[in-house]
Design a protein around this ligand. Structure first.
Ligand code: FES
Length: 110
């Protein structure tokens, strides 16, 4: 297990990027539910954000890649618009512990 942050560190309706043992990842909190994905656009394999912690479009309803504008559903990472339409962001499994810490499911040596 790797403790990434606490649930409260990610604001409702917003996104945040992290370095992790699994590489760069990002989190989006929507309707009090947390979604974690690898920060890796399926189009060209590069990071998505246009500025630190900015992974969403202007309406904050979709994840957006800054490079060519691909847009992804927050809930499942599916690309619904752009050059990688039909592909998906890679979800990152996690658990919340009793203290609302967001814990990645990686072993200690990962
Ligand atoms: S690298 Fe993300 S849309 Fe092209």
């Amino acid at each position: 297990m790797y403790t990434l942050c606490t649930l409260d560190e990610i604001e409702e309706g917003d996104s945040k990027g992290f370095s992790s043992p699994l590489g760069p990842i990002f989190a989006v909190k929507k309707k009090q539910k947390l979604y974690l994905y690898a920060n890796n656009c399926p189009h060209m394999g590069i990071t998505l954000e246009w500025e630190a912690d900015r992974f969403l479009d202007s309406s904050k309803q979709l994840i957006q890649c800054a490079t060519h504008g691909a847009q992804f559903l927050i809930e499942n990472g599916s690309c619904i618009y752009g050059p990688c339409k039909g592909q998906k962001l890679r979800p990152i499994p996690y658990e919340l512990d009793a203290n609302n810490n967001v814990c990645l499911l990686v072993n200690a040596t990962a």
